[in-house]
Design a protein around this ligand. Sequence first.
Ligand SMILES: Cc1cc2nc3c(=O)[nH]c(=O)nc-3n(C[C@H](O)[C@H](O)[C@H](O)COP(=O)(O)O)c2cc1C
Length: 361
Amino acid sequence: MLFDPLEIGTLKLKSRIVMAPMATNYGLRSDRAVAYYTERALGAVSLVIAQATPVGVFQSESFVTGVTRLVNAIHAAGAKAAIQLFCGNAQISGEAVAPSAVDGMREITKEEIEDSIRRCAYAAAKAKEAGFDAVNLHGAHGYFVHQFFSPHTNRRTDEYGGSLDRRMRFALELVAATRAAVGVDYVIMYRHSAKEFFADGIKIEDTLEFAVALENAGVDVMDVSVGRGPGKRDYVSPRKNMPLGTYADLAAAVKGVVKKAKVVAVGRMNTGEISERVLQEGKADLIAVGRQLIADPYWPQKVRERREAEIVVCNACNKCMRCIDNGLPVTCEVNPLAGREWEVANGTLTAGDLAALRAKK
Ligand SMILES: Cc1cc2nc3c(=O)[nH]c(=O)nc-3n(C[C@H](O)[C@H](O)[C@H](O)COP(=O)(O)O)c2cc1C
């Protein structure tokens, strides 16, 4: 099933393998970013979901026209392109805001909530204009949208906090506004943390109710992740002591409650065997691969051609994640050429590096 096509409305995917959104610190318009993502598209992934991108950048027309180069490059390399939108105004006039005044942040006002929703919907329309085939709304990992849903961070007493219905409200309004902005036939993905791994955090029962509500509000694809950012990174990107397909059962639970929405499983889906099994067992419709594609952009092609022995295996060391946490461009322990693909085009790689790159294909 891994190489079966899938149609999601107007989006036609050639296989079930998608590239998980991963911050790079290369930007989206640089030669480095374009070459990095193009390499993953050439490696035969069906959909590249470009990294979390603050919605504010879409206010700039030069960003919208500039990012089209990335979209065109991904399309020319044979994949579809989506972009993950970092929704919400986590910073307003340089001040950190959140649903509730926790960790030194100011509680966001209702007027600012409305503005956050408007800006996200606008960004989605601009992403569509730039040529992206879908948007992935970032509702996971402890960021702004997630903070509304999680009882751990949402202590509001108005219509945006308290009961489950009220904690869902921000995300549902966000989805509805995004749907209105992009039209009926455009694909909206929603990334959600199904579990937070602490006592007063998100529970799976809440997630299931939320998934149904998100689908009703206009979500086409539920992208099922876990955890929250700082302090809990190793849940989001599990280390190698965690089983392959770490979170497939959470995806399966979501798949059990949605009607038409497609479901993405993520988390150490690093072998063709585990990915195929998750699909065969009906636990998910799509497999998102993250770090394994940093380690080896040609992973999908090698799996398809049964060239497993040639795969450069991700060792889940999370060096890539540490780069992001320290504000550095992503590099990889097992693939020294990750993020250096553009140097091939520039001819600035040494002959040795170039030979290593070619050997991987
Ligand atoms: C370097 C790095 C950057 C990431 N950036 C994002 C991001 O921008 N948005 C997001 O939703 N998840 C992000 N993630 C999480 C991945 O999308 C993915 O869910 C996680 O790594 C588990 O998948 P994997 O085991 O295939 O790597 C990031 C992960 C890594 C390693």
